[in-house]
Write a protein that binds this ligand. Sequence first.
Ligand code: 0X9
Ligand code: ZN
Length: 429
Amino acid sequence: MTVWWLLLALSSLSFSAGFPKSNKYDGYKLYEVSGKARSGAFAETFSELVKNAYYYQLFSDYKGGSSAKLMVHPDEQINFVKLMEENNVDYDILNRNVGLTLSRQFETNRMLRESVPYNGRLGTERYYTHDEINQYLEDLAKSYPRLVFLKTVGKSYEGRWLKTITITNGDARRNKNVILVDGGFHAREWISPAAAIHLINELVENLEDNADLLLDFDWVILPVVNPDGYEYTQLSADTRLWRKTRKPSSADCIGTDPNRNFDFHWNEEGASEDPCDNTYAGAKAFSEPEALVVSDLIHSYVDRGQMYLTLHSYGSLILYPWGWTAAVPDTEEDLHEVAAEGQKAIQEATGTIYKIGPSTTTINYAAAGASDDYAFNAGFPISFTMELPFGGEGFDPPASDIDHLVKETWVGIAAMARKVIQKYPLVQK
Ligand code: 0X9
Ligand code: ZN
């Protein structure tokens, strides 16, 4: 009995003594393999190999010759390395123990929540919960009643409120053009809601510097499209890498990829019919209430909407349609011109190099049923997915990287918005 209690006491002490709790990613390694893994004779074997979801998690579903990041189960690492070496595929180990990184980050986030409590502002010190984000939107609307309008636009499967914030310059002019931005489609991509929050801060609290961005344009922002997934990833290191929504999709599996659930070429290339897959398209188009909310927003603003921007991670990419096919739209030049402004501004500001281009050939895979193609097809002349940079040594940036990443993202968004404003001025009807 005494020994039992001692063991119990020691195990609960283990974290504070500097031994992070174990989790299901303990011993997993994160590798980056060169493009050779996916070109030439080895390509077929490699893509068969990584289909084994028990041993492999591919963080980018790229095909063709570009490099890939993938996480490998401890029991498979010897075999994996042997295969790479036999086939002359170069590889780097980006992280020697993903579980340890996730546990440490989990603990850091817990401590930061205590040391940086919500105080009416959301800074860049840490990641915030969905409740805090909604509370912040409420508080902003109270502080800036002439500039900011809050709207509840729907409810997630688990009952969380989805709220948009409309930011204006307070001149009370109606029917301005619109820029529609969302974040948090994919649960684990925490830097995306963080970037949306920073964008809101800049537009509301830095109105003087950004007056041109609000003269003839209103901004409508939904910072967390998939709050159930986002909250789930905050529960523990074990759930940190969740991507989908949280509605059960079969007897055994939960969640749909909200970015495969839109009713435009739904369930075609790059979407899975397996409810257990990370890219499951859903039982039908718009089976997910969260995707339906975004589609309603797209339709309600399309008459005035000049740019739709959806924030994801990772890859340092600005992607434009199409993402369901390798074909490109007739207006590719316009899309490219706007994306190039963002790319240039970011490179000048921080040196980060974003790649820009049509989605399918730039990210190297087609993914049908996504929101960017849907918005473009509905009539937004400019529609982008912005993939923010890869984070630290794990999937997403540690809290200490939030500040520079969201500021850099803002520079890119502001530059693209300025180009949009110039190209698509308000036509008074
Ligand atoms: O696959 C996705 O949904 C996006 N990448 S992510 O790593 N954040 O999951 C890219 C979507 C690009 N757009 C289309 N394929 N339409
Ligand atoms: Zn994503």
